[in-house]
Design a protein around this ligand. Structure first.
Ligand SMILES: *Cc1c(COP(=O)(O)O)cnc(C)c1O
Length: 381
């Protein structure tokens, strides 16, 4: 995916003049910088960026320019990327399961912060990672709701096991910390409060004063017209509950947003290939492409539809079944999608808030997925 060096005024200007046949992501650098500043100014601790959500170099470079100094990496590829673009940045290797080859890679690249959720993987770290000035965060999970997608299904120790792990980390001479992830697109700030209170109980039961509490990612982006992300309110709750739950033993706070920092910096334009028998809308992008996440956490209803000439469609909203371009019948957006009733072949459908988990999940199944990226001054259609 190459970056076009031309900067366009807005998506409409590009679509009208270029008539792209393939999906296009529109990137607004000032939007990603503004999101970074929202976190840097509002979050009461260190802000790190979860690279996996969108590892485009343009995104990383703009985050660095805005002042982001830490990155959550999950693989040697991501560690390598960050060491190249931001040699002095803090790297947190927060994928709790790693092969020995991957651990050796991280040690060689001076990674000083790891997370862990099991005895076997902690034993590997103790064997291979020098403890000096090195942090190990114990990741735990709680059965709390609030997120669009439950991360606890794969990672996180029970609160009970976390107590033992934390004791072992401290006894082995590492800087002991705790981490959790409330689940992605978490629109309920109360989820963080439950986790923080439990983290204080775990530390207290273990008899360990933790250095840092990493409250994960999960901060939502703007996906539904009627649901604005409550970032500052969430930061305030995190701050207040940490003070209350930990008292004098208050740890430094860290967050690792992915979606919250990049999601609203991109819009995606897909094109209507056909409106089949006036019923089904077929797009040039779908669940095997940049719209992959809609199958996991639901559609984005922040949609604009414009004609090939760039004129907005204003027909009343009419929910339709919407298919992607591949020959697989799974390739259908969930539920019905609210398109204007006058949507027609050749139109462009512009989805807002598409920066996270879109470039990275796009596949080439059936020969589709030729996704390009275009820089715009503003995402306003
Ligand atoms: C995916 C992930 C994140 C980012 O999650 P978002 O929901 O995109 O904010 C942060 N931390 C860890 C450990 C992750 O796996």
């Amino acid at each position: 995916m190459g970056l076009s060096k031309t900067i366009w005024t807005n998506p409409t200007e590009y679509l009208r003049t270029q008539q792209p046949e393939n999906p296009v992501l529109f990137f607004a650098p000032q939007a990603v910088q503004a999101l970074a500043r929202t976190f840097l100014n509002g979050f009461p601790g260190l802000v790190t960026y979860a690279v996996k959500s969108n590892p485009s170099e343009e995104v990383i470079e703009n985050l660095i320019a805005a002042g982001v100094k830490g990155f959550d990496c999950a693989s040697p590829f991501e560690i390598d990327l960050i060491r190249r673009l931001a040699p002095d940045a803090a790297i947190h290797y927060h994928n709790p399961v790693r092969s020995r080859t991957e651990i050796a890679f991280a040690v060689k690249h001076a990674v000083k912060s790891y997370s862990v959720d099991s005895k076997t993987e902690l034993a590997k770290l103790i064997e291979m990672v020098p403890s000096e000035a090195c942090e190990i965060s114990v990741r735990f999970k709680l059965p709390v709701a609030g997120a669009a997608y439950n991360f606890g299904a794969k990672f996180g120790a029970t609160a009970e096991d976390a107590v033992d792990l934390l004791r072992t980390v401290a006894a082995a001479g590492y800087i002991p910390s705790i981490t959790f992830h409330p689940g992605t697109q978490c629109t309920d700030p109360a989820a963080w409060a439950s986790y923080i209170r439990e983290a204080a109980v775990i530390a207290q039961k273990a008899g360990v004063k933790i250095a840092r509490l990493n409250v994960g990612g999960g901060f939502p982006n703007h996906r539904a017209v009627g649901v604005m992300p409550q970032l500052q309110a969430t930061f305030d709750i995190i701050d207040a509950v940490t003070a209350e739950a930990f008292g004098d033993a208050r740890p430094a706070l860290v967050c690792e947003p992915g979606r919250g920092m990049c999601g609203d910096a991109f819009t995606l334009a897909s094109r209507v290939k056909a409106v089949r028998d006036d019923m089904h809308v077929f797009l040039n992008d779908g669940l095997y492409g940049a719209l992959f996440e809609m199958g996991q956490i639901g559609i984005i209803d922040r949609i604009d539809v414009i004609s090939a000439e760039g004129v907005p469609r204003h027909g009343e909203s009419l929910p339709r079944i919407c298919f992607g371009p591949t020959c697989d019948s799974v390739d259908r957006l969930p539920g019905d999608v609210p398109f204007p009733s006058d949507i027609a072949e050749g139109d462009f459908v512009i989805w807002h808030g598409m920066g996270a988990y879109s470039t990275v999940t796009n596949s080439r199944f059936n020969g589709f997925g030729e996704l390009s990226m275009v820089t715009v001054l503003t995402q306003t259609v």
